[in-house]
Ligand binder design. Structure first.
Ligand code: ZN
Length: 134
């Protein structure tokens, strides 16, 4: 793991208490949830997606699109909310993305998204909490 200091830090025990085992596996151990397993994939309402690790708003649903990959996909995060690192695991070079506030792993970024950015943020739904617009 990196040694970057995040505004929100927790001990391993605190993370385990806050997150479900599945969330912990994805967010703290860089796991990947089963494609199509996330209910947020079918979330079509307007609203905001928050990091379950620290409640920072990460994405807005107007930027979400159906990528057909089985994971919730977004065009762009909210400014400053998501940071990227190069992930060389599994013999591939991918761009990993994580929450800028607590450092929790969220998913990966690919450069095959729709305009205007051409980016596709492929996010593990368990890392997100959705709140519809009131
Ligand atoms: Zn976070």
């Amino acid at each position: 793991m990196d040694t970057h200091a995040y505004p929100v830090t927790r001990t391993d025990a605190e993370w385990r208490a806050r997150l479900t085992p599945e969330q912990y596996a994805v967010m703290r151990n860089h796991g990947t949830e089963r494609p199509g397993s996330c209910a947020l994939l079918y979330e079509k309402r307007a609203g905001t997606f928050f990091c379950v690790g620290c409640d920072q708003p990460l994405f807005e649903s107007k930027l979400k699109f159906e990528s057909g990959t089985g994971w919730p996909s977004f065009n762009d995060p909210l400014p400053g909310s998501v940071e990227n690192t190069v992930d060389r695991s599994y013999g591939m070079v991918r761009t990993e993305c994580h929450c800028s506030r607590c450092g929790s792993h969220l998913g990966h970024v690919f450069e095959d998204g729709p305009p205007p950015t051409g980016l596709r943020y492929c996010i593990n739904g368990v890392a997100l909490r959705f709140e519809p617009l009131a």
